[in-house]
Design a protein around this ligand. Structure first.
Ligand SMILES: Cc1cc2nc3c(=O)[nH]c(=O)nc-3n(C[C@H](O)[C@H](O)[C@H](O)COP(=O)(O)O)c2cc1C
Length: 371
């Protein structure tokens, strides 16, 4: 059993997290796993913790898939109503059973974020039929796909980047996760590998821009005119030409059908399944989530943007609705682009994981600080 649990915990740690901040600590007590959230670690400015709840859904799905591979059943309980770093967000009880391995489990160690250009793909490819079946399995969530990219949508993405750039606390928390040297990547084993920002090895401009950006961060040099340039030069979503997006099959938008926090967990579960399926079928996948939280918060009546930044998201819900055609009672949260991958994802580009975030039989584990 111990070997099985070791493999399962490593599979959980492979699940994605925003900025690869890896905000989870797993405490193993016999056949019981407790998943704690390292709240300080995952903090992104004053943003609420919705992204982490979605991440927990991914953890739950990764855990369930890994258990199926080990022929174990798993019973999961969530503790999200009054969540903090002090109590587990998820408790899972594992037990022997003859459950059959879910084929998606094969994708856990293969999955990655692919920010490179894609080489085509179409909405009528069979993988999108398979994805539809995944959506039908889950309550409370829905998926919309579009291969048309309206100008107003691209502008909205650009505005979302402006929020990150103009809100210094948020900018600081985002930037601290970018790893610009291989040494840094090896030492920290978290954050985002600078190579993962390159769209193609021939594309030296992306290499150059990552180095310039690195310098700006070292000097903490962010004058207003430079922030504007960021949108045009340093982030692909800032390009108003859809050429960046029509390289692939489509953009996806996952919605929840109510503001019940457990729907965000289901959204995480569904998104991970879609991501694994696409990667297993040779499709690349990149989340595009900078506009997720402000639009979700506004729609559920808990806006948090400072007064001077709120206008940047004005009409955001309606713009998304025109693009994806979801009904009024649904709220979008997760966005992604996907298309046929340009080839094998280079090993040295994969984001590393801190495998030591697992504690065995630690009855006293209580943490909210970084490991
Ligand atoms: C909830 C969530 C939101 C994310 N948002 C973005 C995003 O807006 N843009 C992006 O390029 N990657 C985004 N990512 C991808 C993470 O940066 C990525 O998963 C992490 O760096 C680990 O890399 P890997 O997916 O290759 O394992 C997001 C991931 C998650 C789980």
């Amino acid at each position: 059993m111990q070997n099985k649990i070791n493999r399962i915990t490593q599979a959980i740690l492979r699940t994605p997290s925003p900025e690869n901040c890896q905000p989870w600590k797993i405490v193993v007590q016999g056949n019981k796993l407790e998943v704690f959230h390292l709240s300080e670690h995952a903090k992104l400015g004053m943003m609420p913790d919705y992204m982490s709840v979605v991440g927990l859904g991914m953890v739950a799905e990764g855990l369930t898939l890994a258990c199926s591979e080990e022929n174990l059943r798993v019973e999961i309980t969530y503790f999200l109503k009054e969540r903090s770093g002090e109590t587990p967000w998820l408790v899972a009880e594992l037990g022997e059973s003859d459950v059959v391995a879910d084929p998606l489990a094969k994708g856990i160690f293969l999955r990655h974020t692919d920010r490179r250009c894609y080489v085509g793909g179409r909405l009528d490819d069979s993988v999108f039929q398979e994805i539809r079946q995944e959506v039908n399995r889950l309550e409370g969530v829905n998926l919309y796909l579009s291969d048309k990219y309206s100008k107003e949508y691209l502008e909205l993405l650009q505005n979302a980047n402006q929020i990150v750039m103009k809100w210094s606390e948020l900018r600081h928390d985002f930037n601290k996760w970018t790893r610009f040297t291989d040494k840094e990547i090896e030492t920290t084993r978290d954050g985002m590998n600078w190579r993962s920002f390159l769209r193609g090895s021939e594309n030296w401009i992306y290499y150059l821009r990552s180095r310039i950006w690195w310098l700006a961060i070292q000097l903490d040099w962010f004058p207003a005119w430079w922030m504007k340039l960021e949108t045009f030069f340093f982030d692909d979503s800032g390009d108003l030409s859809p050429s960046n997006y029509d390289d692939g099959a489509c953009i996806g938008c996952v919605t929840v059908k109510s503001d019940d926090v457990e729907n965000l967990v289901s959204l995480g579960r569904l998104t991970l399944r879609i991501w694994l399926l696409l990667n297993l079928r040779g499709y690349g996948f990149q989340p595009l989530c900078t506009l997720a939280s402000p639009i979700y918060a506004e729609r559920i009546g808990q806006p948090y943007l400072p007064e001077q930044l709120a206008p940047l998201m004005n009409g955001g819900y309606e713009i998304l609705q025109r693009m994806f055609s979801f009904p009024d009672d649904e709220v979008p949260f997760f966005y992604f682009r996907t298309g046929l991958s340009m080839g094998e994802y280079p090993k040295n580009t994969k984001s590393l994981r801190r495998s030591e975030n697992v504690v065995l039989n630690d009855m006293t584990a209580k943490r909210s600080s970084p490991l």
